[in-house]
Write a protein that binds this ligand. Structure first.
Ligand SMILES: Cc1ncc(COP(=O)(O)O)c(C=O)c1O
Ligand SMILES: [Zn+2]
Length: 398
């Protein structure tokens, strides 16, 4: 596992997945025989993460702890694209994963790895979806899950999921960034805890399969733009890695521009991009209705800035009002109900239209299912009128 900062190899797997020399992130890189098109895109295997086993860091004898994650639909936009003059707009609907978010892609791989290592107790800090996913995959693998969530800042549906799957939930006063620091401190001190945040490079390995899938779903083409919400910045790094691998293995011959979208009041990465900085200044007080991306100190900032700059993409922000409006548009015009964070790519389309061509292939990644995050819906849908018994329905409808 080389370090993304100093390049030194970590010989063993450190409990905090940080470089023992400089403290930067570690990355998994493919060794041995490079997969080719036939071995990576195994046509007979089911569509999903483990179809791409040849691109994952396991030997032949791996027994995945899996709920058949991935293989999510790539839905062509019915009307939002046309209205904006974007004729090749697609929505990669990650809300259709087993626990309703893209986190399942990374979780199947990281829980499989944890089980191989003999880990018993898996731990993460979470804005909600990671804890739901960790809880489900731990249950599946017969492992214990501990999740630390910032008090009052996680959508109730996600906590319901963590609860039913039997995770031990600890709340903490403070924000996600503080919760993650707490978890990092704990895994360094107690080797019985296995870290499951996206600092764990096995998570990234699973999440990168979205790139392989989109490539296949477009009939062996790489999109011109991939647009996605950015919080802790693991996912944008993962998807970029997937596309880089396809190209380096000569399976594809181009790369997409990566567009990272943040909420206006939780936007340290967009700020660094816009100011041309090569570092990210943490935001102490990140705020947004999109609780999944309410993150002020993104762990994978360095990889994210590289993905954005190396790809010729950009990072931008959208306001909470734009986010809720975009979620409404997706629901009303496309039939897709996504959570607030997942509507950020659609909210950013007006800006993308300024640089994209009408025939550019644009893939918006909607990262999580709307059913988990209902608190914010009341704000924009209001209450339905209540009919009294015996009231004339036709008159009420008039
Ligand atoms: C629905 C949803 N979208 C986006 C993100 C952000 O992903 P990342 O932290 O990898 O940038 C998250 C993270 O929790 C999420 O739950
Ligand atoms: Zn290092």
């Amino acid at each position: 596992m080389p370090c993304i900062g100093c390049g030194r190899e970590a010989k063993t797997e450190p409990p905090d997945f940080r470089c023992p020399s400089c403290g930067d992130l570690l990355e998994l890189v493919a060794t041995g025989r490079k997969p080719d098109r036939r071995s990576l895109l195994r046509q007979k295997a089911a569509f999903g993460v483990w179809r791409y086993a040849k691109g994952l860091p396991f030997g032949r004898d791996v027994e995945p702890i899996s709920l058949q994650e991935g293989g999510t639909p790539l839905v062509k936009s019915a009307s939002i694209g046309k209205e904006l003059g974007l004729h090749e707009l697609y929505i990669k609907n990650e809300g259709q994963n087993p626990t309703g978010s893209f986190k399942d892609r990374g979780m199947t791989v990281a829980v499989t790895r944890a089980s191989q290592r003999g880990a018993k107790t898996l731990i993460c800090a979470s804005t909600g979806n990671t804890s739901a996913s960790l809880a489900a995959y731990s249950a599946r693998g017969g492992l214990k899950a501990v999740v630390i969530v910032p008090s009052g800042k996680v959508a109730a549906g996600k906590l319901v999921q963590a609860t039913v799957h039997g995770a031990r939930i600890l709340r903490m006063k403070g924000n996600f960034d503080e919760a993650l620091e707490l978890v990092m401190g704990a895994v360094r001190k107690n080797p019985a805890l296995y870290l499951m945040n996206s600092i764990n490079p096995y998570r990234i390995e699973g999440q990168k399969t979205l790139a392989y899938e989109v490539f296949e779903q477009l009939g062996g083409r790489v999109p011109d733009y991939v647009v996605l919400p950015v919080g802790n910045a693991g996912n944008i790094s993962a998807i970029w890695k997937g596309f880089l691998e396809l190209k380096s293995w000569r399976i594809s011959d181009s790369l997409p521009r990566m567009v990272g979208v943040q909420a206006a009041q939780a936007a340290p990465i967009a700020e660094a991009y816009e100011k041309g900085r090569d570092y990210v200044k943490p935001w102490g007080d990140a705020k947004t209705v999109a609780s999944a991306i309410r993150i002020g100190k993104p762990v994978s900032w360095k990889k994210a800035l590289r993905a954005i700059r190396d790809s010729g993409g950009f990072s931008t922000t959208v306001t909470d009002r734009e986010i809720l409006e975009a979620r409404g548009q997706l629901a009303l015009k496309e039939g897709l109900f996504v959570e607030a964070a997942s509507a950020t790519p659609i909210a950013a389309l007006k800006r993308i239209r300024r640089v994209a061509k009408p025939r550019s292939t644009i893939v918006c990644v909607t990262t999580g299912n709307g059913l988990k995050d209902q608190e914010s819906v009341k704000v924009d849908l209001g209450e339905a009128p209540e009919l009294a018994g015996g009231q004339d329905l036709l008159r009420a409808l008039a």
